[in-house]
Design a protein around this ligand. Structure first.
Ligand code: NDP
Length: 280
């Protein structure tokens, strides 16, 4: 009996820097779990050379790529087709190469929602949501959050005009019974069910100056950043009674969604999330 050699399909993650990326380990685990024949590597692209690097990878036979800082806007420009959620985000974290077509998708928002709803077991429907930040990560999660039909999303940002622009941009996607508002960090009033830190303040150990009264015992406070220790935002939210969560679940879930975009197979995430948590 002859065994047939299967050539695995090639994928990679582009970034600069990229050495820290957990994506190769995550996708290797997904491939093993699902039996999909893929190889996945890190690729450092020059700061001014993303498009060339991505086209080169596709020309080598690459089937798709993840894209991280600082290339999500370049990836959006490179794509010949965008999914509605990538168009809404104005940024692409997942590319799929289909012949001449370069499909651009954004799985960050779906990853966040999956982590909140499935992993944390917290429904977004009918809830008050406070979104801190109005940069790329925030913009990517607004549409998937609105699709969960919350009662309110308040986007608070240091530069209020940027948050106001997001509210304008997403006005047509606001479901009936939901309010989408913008303001400064000090502005949100009352308790919120969900407070999501999508600022990059945690990277510098800073805390967005939100009123402590936004937190209560049934508030889920989620920082998109993750690490071995809780962020200053998570500590602050916990001191004020909230349940806290970091961005590791979002990272794993956005990867699972990208894997689905490429392979049409949805990997399980619970065991891997626990494994990665233990290794932080
Ligand atoms: P951007 O640079 O696009 O946006 C940064 C945002 O943070 C802006 O709203 C900015 O406000 C605000 N900000 C920056 N510094 C401060 C500060 N000191 N105090 C208050 N606000 C501040 O970054 P991204 O949106 O791409 O990323 C944000 C975070 O999300 C990062 O920590 C990133 O690692 C994380 N992330 C996590 C993912 C995951 O899978 N877990 C996926 C994607 C992102 P202003 O407009 O006023 O400048």
């Amino acid at each position: 009996m002859s065994t047939q050699e299967i050539t695995p399909d090639a994928y990679c993650v582009f970034g600069n820097p990229i050495a820290h990326s957990k994506s190769p380990a995550i996708h290797a685990a997904f491939a093993q779990q699902t039996g999909e024949a893929i190889v996945y590597e890190r690729r450092l692209a020059p700061l001014d050379g993303f498009a060339l690097a991505a086209r080169g990878f596709a020309a080598e036979g690459g089937r798709g790529a993840n894209v991280t800082v600082p290339f999500k806007l370049d990836a959006c420009a490179l794509a010949t087709e965008l999914t509605p959620r990538a168009r809404a985000a104005g940024a692409v974290n997942t590319l799929r190469f289909d012949g001449d077509v370069i499909l651009g998708d954004n799985t960050d928002g779906a990853g966040l929602v999956a982590d909140i709803v499935r992993n944390a077991g917290v429904a977004v429907a009918g809830k008050r949501v406070l979104l801190l930040g109005a940069g790329g990560a925030a913009r990517g999660v607004v549409l998937p959050l609105l699709q969960e039909q919350p009662a309110e999303i308040f986007i608070a940002n240091r530069t209020v005009a940027t948050a106001a622009r997001l509210v304008e941009q997403f006005q047509d996607a606001v479901p009936a019974g939901c309010a989408l508002r913008a303001g400064g960090f000090e502005q949100p009033d009352g308790v919120f069910d969900l407070v999501i830190n999508a600022t990059s303040a945690s990277l510098a150990g800073d805390l967005p100056p939100v009123p402590p009264a936004v937190f209560a015992a049934n508030t889920l406070a989620l920082d998109m950043m993750y690490g071995a220790a809780p962020t200053v935002f998570m500590d602050f939210a916990a001191e004020n009674g909230a349940q806290v969560r970091d961005g590791l679940g979002m990272l794993v879930e956005q990867a699972a969604e990208a894997f689905y975009v490429w392979r049409g197979v949805r990997p399980a995430t619970q065991d891997l999330l626990a494994l990665l948590r233990g290794a932080l």
